[in-house]
Design a protein around this ligand. Structure first.
Ligand code: GLN
Length: 487
C-alpha cells in the first residue's frame, strides 16, 4: 500500500519504517511537502530544517539496511516548541530578547527522542516565554488554527498543536505550566498531554515557573502520546525535580488496559455553568460514553479549585520574575548598547521583552517584595495547598476527573484584547498544574461551526497509565475523523 501521511500516526509510521515497508526518507519528504502546502496558511513553525531532517532520515534508512536497531520512533517527523533546546539551532522563546542565541546543547527530551529515531523537522511558535493562551503573544509570528485560519490555535504551545493538526509533524513537544499543552490541543483537535510534575526532565527547556512547568507531547492518537511519554519519562540527573520512580512502558500498559469499574469523577458545575453549551454537551456525552464502556460516574467537589486562576497568577508570575532575571543583555541574546552596564540592562529588557512578559515580571516582583510577600505569595501558596488537598480528597473516591478542557472553542484572532479574559481561558486546566497531576485533552467532538472540542481527563500524580487507558477507550469509542480540513 502506498504511504499516506494523512492517514498515519507516529506508531504506524515507526512500525512501517522498522519493517521496511516505507523508508524514513519517504516519510520525511512527504512531511516537508505537507509543510510547504500548509505553512503559508497556518504558520506553525519559527524554524524548519528540511535538510537536517532528510539527512537524519537517510541515516535511519542506512542503519536499518545494515540490520541495526532504529528505535521506537524511527522516521517519525517531530516538531519541538521553541523554548526547548535543539543543539546548534536558535532557541527564541518567540521573544526578541533571545535574538541571536543558539542552543549550546540538546534538552534531555531532545536527546531521548533522537536516540529513538525521531526526526526533528522544525521548531514551533509559542506565546513569548510560554505566557499566553492564543499564541498571539509571540513577538515573531502569528500562528493560525488549521480548522479555521481566522482563529487562534490556542497557546502557549500553539505552533506545536497547529503543526500536528495540519500534519506537518506527527508528534510535537509542548510545555504546560497552566494549560499550555492541553488548551491548544483542545482548540486544534489533537491529543495534548501534560505529565505529572517530575515525570519528565525539564533540562534544556527554558524555565517559566519552575514549580509548574512540564514538557509533554501533542499527537494524533493516544497511543502516540503513550509512546512519546515512555521515551521521555524517567530520572535525569540534570534536573533534580525529575522523579526517581521508574517510568512504566505506557504502550505495554495500554495493551493490558481495561476501564471496567473505573471510577470517573466529575464536577457538575463545570458542565452546568460552562458558558458554551455545545462544549458542555459534547463533554457530557464523553462522560456518558465512559459510563457505557463500564466506568462508574461519581460526583466530586473541588471547592478551592475556583481560586486556581488567582493563585496561579501570583505563583507563576513570582517564579517567572526570578527565572527571567537571567535575560540581562549580558549572557544571552540581544544587547542594547547604551554605554554602561545599568543602562544596557534597562534598555535590553525594555526593548527585548513584550508587554505580557513585562506585566508578569512586574506582578511577580511585587508579589515577592518584602511588604507584599505574605499577603500575596505566602497566601497564594497556602491556597495552593488547599487545592492540592481538594484533589487528594476527590481522588479518594475516584480514579479520574473528567470535564471540559476549555470553556469554549477556538476564538477569532484579535478577539480577546484584555489580559483577564485571556487568563480565564485556563480556568479548568490550572488546578491540575497547581496540584502536579497528570492530565490530557482528548478530542471529543466538534461544534456546529466545525471547531474541535476537547475533553479534559485528570488523574493523580504518576497515574498516567489510568489516564491513557481511559483516553484510548474513549478515543476508540468516538472514532472521530480528526484531520484538519486545511489544503
Ligand atoms: N495561559 C497560561 C499563562 O499564560 C498558561 C501558560 C502555560 O501553561 N505555559 O500563563
Amino acid at each position: 500500500m502506498p504511504f499516506d501521511l494523512l492517514k498515519s500516526d507516529a506508531t504506524s509510521i515507526a512500525q512501517a519504517v522498522r519493517d521496511g515497508s516505507v523508508s524514513a526518507e519517504t516519510v520525511v519528504s512527504e512531511t516537508i511537502k505537507r509543510m510547504a502546502a500548509t505553512e503559508p496558511k497556518v504558520g506553525a513553525f519559527l524554524q524548519q530544517d528540511a535538510e537536517g531532517a532528510l539527512a537524519q532520515a537517510r541515516a535511519i534508512d542506512a542503519a536499518r539496511k545494515q540490520g541495526k536497531p532504529v528505535g521506537r520512533l524511527a522516521g517519525v517527523p517531530i516538531a519541538i516548541k521553541d523554548n526547548i533546546h535543539v543543539e546548534g539551532r536558535p532557541t527564541t522563546c518567540a521573544s526578541r530578547i533571545l535574538d541571536g542565541f543558539i542552543a549550546p546543547y540538546d534538552a534531555t527530551v531532545t536527546t531521548r527522542l533522537r536516540a529513538e529515531g525521531a526526526v526533528i523537522v522544525g521548531k514551533t511558535n509559542l506565546d513569548e516565554f510560554a505566557m499566553g493562551s492564543s499564541c498571539e503573544n509571540s513577538a515573531l509570528k502569528q500562528t493560525r488554527n488549521p480548522w479555521d485560519v481566522t482563529r487562534v490555535p490556542g497557546g502557549s504551545s500553539g505552533g506545536s498543536a497547529a503543526a500536528v493538526a495540519a500534519r506537518s509533524a506527527l508528534v510535537s513537544l509542548g510545555t504546560d505550566t497552566g494549560g499550555s499543552i492541553r488548551l491548544p490541543g483542545s482548540f486544534c483537535g489533537v491529543v495534548g498531554m501534560k505529565p505529572s510534575y517530575g515525570r519528565v526532565s525539564r533540562y534544556g527547556a527554558i524555565a517559566f515557573a519552575s514549580s509548574l512547568d512540564q514538557i509533554g507531547p501533542l499527537s494524533v492518537s493516544v497511543r502516540d502520546s503513550a509512546l512519546t511519554l515512555s521515551i521521555m519519562a524517567g530520572r535525569d540527573d540534570h534536573d533534580a525535580t525529575s522523579s526517581k520512580r521508574a517510568a512504566p512502558d505506557y504502550v505495554a500498559e495500554l495493551a493490558k488496559a481495561n476501564i471496567k469499574g473505573l471510577r470517573v469523577g466529575y464536577v457538575p458545575a463545570y458542565f452546568d455553568q460552562c458558558p458554551d453549551k455545545e462544549v458542555a454537551k459534547t463533554c457530557k456525552l464523553g462522560l456518558e460514553r465512559l459510563r457505557n464502556l463500564g466506568a462508574t460516574l461519581v460526583e466530586v467537589n473541588l471547592p478551592n479549585a475556583d481560586h486556581g486562576i488567582e493563585v496561579y497568577y501570583v505563583v507563576a508570575s513570582a517564579e517567572a520574575s526570578s527565572n527571567l532575571s537571567r535575560f540581562d543583555g549580558v549572557r544571552y541574546g540581544m544587547r542594547a548598547d547604551k554605554g554602561n552596564a545599568i543602562a544596557n540592562y534597562f534598555a535590553t529588557r525594555g526593548a527585548g521583552f513584550g508587554t505580557e512578559v513585562k506585566r508578569r515580571i512586574m506582578l511577580g516582583t511585587y508579589a515577592l517584595s518584602a511588604g507584599a510577600y505574605d499577603e500575596y505569595y505566602g497566601r497564594a501558596s497556602k491556597v495552593r495547598t488547599l487545592i492540592v488537598n481538594d484533589f487528594v480528597r476527590a481522588f479518594g473516591g475516584c480514579d479520574l476527573i473528567v470535564g471540559p478542557t476549555v470553556p469554549f472553542t477556538a476564538f477569532k484572532a484579535g478577539e480577546k484584547s484584555d489580559p483577564l479574559s485571556m487568563y480565564l481561558c485556563d480556568i479548568y486546566t490550572i488546578p491540575a498544574s497547581l496540584a502536579g497531576l497528570c492530565a490530557l485533552s482528548l478530542p471529543a467532538g466538534f461544534s456546529k461551526a466545525g471547531l474541535p472540542i476537547g475533553l479534559h481527563l485528570q488523574a493523580p500524580p504518576y497515574a498516567e497509565t489510568t489516564l491513557f487507558a481511559a483516553a484510548q477507550a474513549l478515543e476508540r469509542d468516538l472514532g472521530l475523523d480528526r484531520l484538519a480540513p486545511i489544503a
